[in-house]
Design a protein around this ligand. Structure first.
Ligand code: KG4
Ligand code: ZN
Length: 363
């Protein structure tokens, strides 16, 4: 099964082709035949964040040639593809419309099955693409728009254990960077500055630490950063570095406390599971300090720690093509009137939490 995937839900325009095979025992194997991603960071940088209208226009401009390049890199034509998959949500509606309409048009013209994919499901299934990981497993998704722990029971069966009750973690990094005068996107800039900083200088809050619920909260931490910075104005480079290091230490500590409870919940749910695994995905998963903390936590609790390569952790179309292939192996195609959904929770039974993630859109 070879699937063309299209991703346009936020500020990356992407197209990819993957191949999925499954033997009689249910073992899966995969190949990424092409994976093209065009980031719009430069277009949005002057505004310090993603501008939906600019994003949608940039997708229109780039998408056709990116699809052509994905086919070219894989040395294929549309006729060689078995199905077309596109992100149908959640995300910015203008971008979703561009990708979805393009995918439907190709599917219709070429007579290929079409699959509408939930972007979060793309992230959730990536560890199967990269590591052939068997269900069930635990996923920590930490991006600019989402901070969620998801129990991936099976294909199409996702249980949200915890989510942020206010800011997404990437958003907290971006806002911290902005108020300290660091460039956009803020995560890499904060991590870089923190390398020269003293993490013990400021005692910042660890929101929800010790609480039984499995959710996250970061807005109190962001406010504390603002108060700390305001009290020191004008800031020296050392002040900025120390605030970044203290912020990152507080995030690492909070994240480990929250995720630890989800590891325990997983073991209660699947006490017989051999070699349980925690998978991380999303742009924030690139952060080395956070990764090290999570890796240690996993070792302590007998979990494998799986972090797909950075290019497959951040937004890409290979994960959308892969999710399409997983669906194609199990169910009939979606109809061509499938509407884009700016909000589309993976776990429809989980109560929506007010303010959980930026615009509830970016994933
Ligand atoms: O998954 P992603 O590329 O895009 C979406 O949000 O959909 O994630 C981007 C987020 C941004 O908020 C960015 O600041 C954050 O990931 N990020 C990081 C790092 N690299 C990217 N946060 C912390 N440390 C990093 N090294
Ligand atoms: Zn994403």
């Amino acid at each position: 099964m070879r699937v063309l995937g299209i991703e346009t839900s936020c500020d990356e325009t992407a197209a990819a082709i993957i191949e999925r095979t499954e033997n009689d025992q249910g073992d899966i194997s995969s190949r990424i035949l092409s994976n093209v991603v065009l980031s719009q960071i430069a277009e949005h940088e002057p505004y310090g964040g993603v501008v939906p209208e600019i994003a949608a226009r940039a997708h229109v401009t780039a998408l056709d040639s990116l699809i052509a390049k994905a086919l070219d890199d894989a040395d294929m034509e549309i006729a060689d593809v078995d199905a077309i998959a596109a992100t149908a949500g959640p995300g910015l509606i203008g971008g979703l419309i561009v990708g979805l309409m393009t995918a439907k048009a190709i599917a219709f013209a070429a007579g290929k099955p079409f699959y509408a994919i939930n972007h979060l499901e793309g992230h959730a299934l990536t560890a199967r693409l990269t590591n052939g990981l068997a269900f069930p497993y635990l996923l920590l998704l930490v991006s600019g728009g989402h901070t969620q722990v998801i129990l991936v029971h099976d294909l199409g069966n996702y249980q949200r254990l915890g989510t942020t009750i206010d800011d997404a973690l990437g958003e907290a990094f971006d806002k911290t960077a902005k108020l300290l005068g660091l460039p956009y996107p803020g995560g890499p800039a904060v991590e870089q500055a923190a390398r020269n900083g003293n993490a013990a200088r400021f005692d910042l809050p660890r929101p929800l630490k010790g609480e039984a619920r499995l959710d996250f909260s970061f807005s109190g931490l962001k406010t504390a950063v603002r108060q700390t910075a305001t009290a020191l104005v004008p800031l020296t480079d050392q002040d900025v570095a120390d605030i970044c290091a203290s912020f990152q230490a507080a995030v690492a500590d909070t994240l480990n406390d929250r995720v630890k409870r989800s590891l325990q919940k997983f073991l209660e749910t699947y006490p017989e599971k051999n070699n349980p695994a925690l998978v991380v995905a999303g742009g924030v998963a690139a952060n080395k300090v956070l990764r090290q903390g999570l890796e240690q936590l996993c070792v302590q609790h007998g979990f494998s720690f799986i972090a797909p390569p950075h290019i497959l952790c951040t937004d890409n179309a290979a994960m959308i093509a892969w999710a399409g292939a997983e669906h194609a192996a199990r169910k009939a195609p979606d109809k061509l009137d499938f509407a884009p959904r700016s909000r589309w929770p993976l776990d429809s039974s989980a109560a929506p939490l007010i303010g959980s993630g930026r615009r509830g859109a970016k994933a």
